[in-house]
Design a binder for this molecule. Structure first.
Ligand code: FES
Length: 149
């Protein structure tokens, strides 16, 4: 299996590893297929992500994609961050082997989960406390788990 230099770099030297104790939003997601887990912490000021940290208990591709995802969301507004797809994360890493694409889904979901948490804490949700991003996320996960991708 061939990994790009960028994947190897972010795997060996992951950026923004750790926790933010007073985070404004925390999201944890798991991949039901492999059992890997990712937790993401966000500091948000005036809708802008000012700091981000992550912890991933997972494969090398999951570590590399989380690391790249944190770099991509930093300085973005929450709306911009919500539009970051797992494909965009993988592209920023110069690609992932096809069998490892599912690992990048974890990074996208962790961003969305952390932003949802922020919205929930700040009363910015609708649908009885479930924000739109969350509904979309659940749908995506079901498609993903059903193998529809
Ligand atoms: Fe589980 Fe990569 S094998 S996230």
């Amino acid at each position: 299996m061939m990994y790009s230099e960028k994947v190897m770099d972010h795997f060996m030297n992951p950026r923004n590893v750790g926790e933010i104790p007073d985070a404004d939003g925390v999201g944890q997601v798991g991949n039901a297929k492999c059992g890997d887990i990712m937790k993401m912490y966000l500091k948000i000021e005036n809708d802008v992500i000012t700091d981000v940290k992550f912890k991933t208990f997972g494969c090398g591709a999951a570590v590399a994609t989380s690391s790249m995802a944190t770099e991509l969301v930093k300085g973005k507004t929450i709306d911009e961050a919500l539009r970051i797809t797992n494909k965009a994360v993988a592209e920023a890493l110069d690609g992932l082997p096809p069998v490892k694409m599912h690992c990048s889904v974890l990074a996208e979901e962790a961003i969305k989960a952390a932003i949802e948490d922020y919205k929930r804490r700040n009363g910015l949700t609708d649908n009885n406390g479930t924000c739109e991003a969350c509904c979309r996320r659940c749908e995506d996960i079901h498609h993903h788990l059903d193998g529809e991708d």
